[in-house]
Design a protein around this ligand. Structure first.
Ligand code: 0HH
Length: 210
């Protein structure tokens, strides 16, 4: 059994997609919660490869960068497609999710009050690519790439759920994506995870905005 640990602040942030993946794959993990007061003392920051969290440990193996962590778990748990072309498409989707996540984090941490209305107005431009990709993949009734779940599905699910909190009707014009969120989040182990207090009580972001 792997010995996984997530080292991160007490937020969903850049690790909830990893928690979704681990839950769905039937994996256990430990949490090392870093409180901001100890972070600003600086010792942990100096130790972090790029001066930031999250970090992830698999036994003695330590990794930084949330997308590298996702890809590592994708390789270990067979969530990286059936061939090199599927793997490339999974990377493409995951990079698209990362682009949207960066925009979302900039809104939340830098410009929430002034920028929210404009962000929501422009959001369909970002969501339509995912709707089209999903629809083109076998009619949109399955996963984002191929016919089995990949690490990009967990990342996409997480960012879409965050956006449903930000703008509850944001998927109204994207029926495939809306059904996808309902379908993937209803997978039994994901559903159980989403019902845990650990998930429900963990804030999406560190500044109370969502
Ligand atoms: N490219 C990196 C990755 O994907 C980016 C990591 C990053 O931005 O892993 N890390 C931020 C925290 S993620 C960081 O380390 C955003 C959540 C912030 C919540 C912080 C407040 C928690 C209070 C309980 N930031 C700290 C720093 O840069 O010093």
């Amino acid at each position: 059994m792997p010995d996984y640990t997530i080292i991160y602040f007490d937020v969903r942030g850049r690790m909830e997609m990893v928690r979704l993946l681990l839950s769905d794959q039937g994996q256990d993990w430990k949490e090392e919660v870093v409180v901001f007061d100890s972070w600003i003392q600086g010792d942990l920051k100096k130790k972090a490869v790029f001066g930031q969290l999250p970090a992830f440990r698999d036994g003695d193996f330590e990794l930084y960068q949330s997308n590298a962590i996702l890809r590592y778990l994708g390789r270990v748990h067979g969530l990286y497609g059936k061939n090199t072309k599927e793997a490339a498409l999974i990377d493409m989707v995951n990079d698209g999710v990362e682009d949207l996540r960066v925009k979302y984090l900039q809104l939340v941490y830098q410009n929430y009050d002034d920028g929210k209305a404009d962000y929501i107005e422009k959001l369909p431009n970002d969501l339509k690519a995912f709707e089209q990709l999903l629809t083109k993949n076998g009619g949109g009734k399955g996963f984002i790439v191929g016919d089995q779940i990949s690490f990009a599905d967990y990342n996409l699910l997480d960012i879409l759920m965050n956006h449903q909190v930000l703008a509850p009707n944001c998927l109204h014009d994207f029926p495939m994506l809306k059904a996808y969120v309902a379908r993937v989040s209803a997978r039994p182990k994901i559903k159980s995870f989403l019902e845990t207090d650990a998930h429900k009580k963990r804030p999406i972001n560190g500044n109370g905005k969502q």
